[in-house]
Design a protein around this ligand. Structure first.
Ligand code: FE2
Length: 191
């Protein structure tokens, strides 16, 4: 199994955008936290999260093709480089247009955290301290209800990913944020 260092090299090889690299790191941090909380394999979950958008800059997939560009192209590369099908499937399932239904806890968590990570950054930046260390969960929940705050983040996708009864993507009508921008959890203007 490739190491985290190997995965980070792939991220840096394919992604030059600092904000996109930061997005992948932020999602990794969130997903690792949930792996620890759930007693899951943190390394597997962390690698899936760190790599979930590594091919997005090079193959942005404006047409939302299921079998080419992001994340299908990345899946091929990861397979060649020895990543597990568990990781590859989780990455494919985070893009609704790939029609890979989210089934495992990792797949649901990755989908939710893709949106949630950017939202946490937005919540942090409006605090006087600008530090995530004193950001309370209650404050995040309050901001979730404020529809004008960080509008680019799909509340529906966060809730869908965190709910145990989350529906597979095939059962949902794609929303603009979910279908047009696999990385919509990034703050508006970031890319
Ligand atoms: Fe993403």
């Amino acid at each position: 199994m490739p190491t985290r260092e190997d995965a980070w090299k792939i991220v840096c090889e394919f992604t030059q955008s600092e904000s996109l690299r930061k997005h992948m790191l932020a999602v990794e941090t969130c997903v690792r936290a949930y792996a620890r909380k759930n007693g899951a394999d943190e390394n597997t979950w962390g690698l899936a999260a760190l790599l979930h958008d590594f091919d997005y800059e090079r193959w942005p997939n404006a047409d939302h093709a299921a079998d080419r560009e992001h994340p299908a192209e990345g899946a091929k590369i990861l397979r060649e480089r020895g990543y597990s099908e568990e990781i590859i499937r989780a990455i494919l399932s985070h893009a609704d247009y790939c029609n890979v239904p989210r089934q495992s806890p990792l797949e649901h968590t990755l989908f939710a955290c893709d949106e949630l990570a950017g939202f946490l950054v937005a919540c942090t930046l409006v605090r006087p301290s600008k530090s995530i260390l004193d950001l309370e969960a209650s404050s995040v929940k309050k901001r979730m209800k404020d529809k004008a705050f960080a509008r680019g983040v799909s509340r529906e996708d966060v809730i869908k990913g965190t709910s145990p009864s989350a529906s597979p993507p095939s059962a949902k009508t794609p929303t603009p944020s979910a279908s047009a921008a696999p990385c919509s959890g990034r703050l508006q203007g970031e890319r």
